[in-house]
Design a protein around this ligand. Structure first.
Ligand SMILES: [Zn+2]
Ligand SMILES: [Zn+2]
Length: 221
């Protein structure tokens, strides 16, 4: 294999499409081999996300939620009904947030419907689509039921609101816990190699090495 090959046919591609007043990145994860894909956190602007999927000729298999906040979960029921696909995750400890989606939507001006996912996720479970495999890490702290998706083959982390470039998720919202969040990051993310790329719910991508070295919340972790 030549050095620096960027044409690994088994690679997973991440397409970010910032949506909603919160500019949530709503990543679409695509298998380069098969064009099968999944939607992560379709919080709002459902038509825009479907356009991105169509332009990229993707076959959307299901929806995964990292957590139950409105900017991540608001458009989920609408898009699941339109495409007749399942909703997977987050961890059931975020049920109280999904139950309050209409209320959250009224507070922030995002249309949302309450729903129950087809399946909750547990720590250590695996999800697949196309030739891709995602490991589930339960990372409470920002919310109690937050999950992170890890693709080891492509060294990609879909971090939701757990870890950001130079920062970590806020913990002042209902059932947030700062120490839980630090523990989640230390035991699930800082255990990974420096070259794992991190796609966060908001802002630019980063990687584990950069955050380990420079993130003010993690440098002494
Ligand atoms: Zn959040
Ligand atoms: Zn968010």
């Amino acid at each position: 294999m030549m050095n620096g090959s960027s044409l690994d046919p088994r690679a997973m591609r991440v397409i970010e499409t910032p949506i909603s007043p919160f500019l949530q990145n709503a990543p679409i994860l695509a298998c380069e081999d098969t064009s099968e894909a999944i939607l992560v956190d379709p919080g709002d602007e459902v038509e825009k996300l479907l356009d991105v999927a169509k332009i990229n000729n993707l076959n959307i298999k299901y929806i995964v939620l990292t957590h139950g906040h409105i900017d991540h979960a608001g458009g989920t029921k609408k898009i699941a009904q339109m495409l007749n696909i399942d909703i997977v995750g987050p961890h059931k400890d975020d049920k109280f947030l999904l139950d309050s989606l209409e209320l959250q939507g009224q507070m922030y001006g995002i249309a949302a419907q309450v729903f129950e996912p087809n399946r909750w996720l547990e720590h250590g479970e695996k999800l697949t689509f196309g030739n891709q495999e995602l490991e589930i890490a339960h990372c409470p702290g920002h919310t109690p039921g937050h999950i992170v998706l890890i693709n080891h083959n492509s060294k990609i982390i879909i971090a939701g609101d757990v870890l950001f470039q130079g920062s970590i998720g806020r913990t002042d919202l209902p059932r947030g816990n700062h120490q839980d969040l630090l523990d989640s990051i230390k035991s699930n993310l800082l255990t990974l190699d420096d070259d794992y790329k991190v796609y966060s719910g908001h802002g630019a991508p980063t990687n584990i090495g950069v955050e380990r070295q420079t993130n003010p919340y993690l440098v002494n972790a």
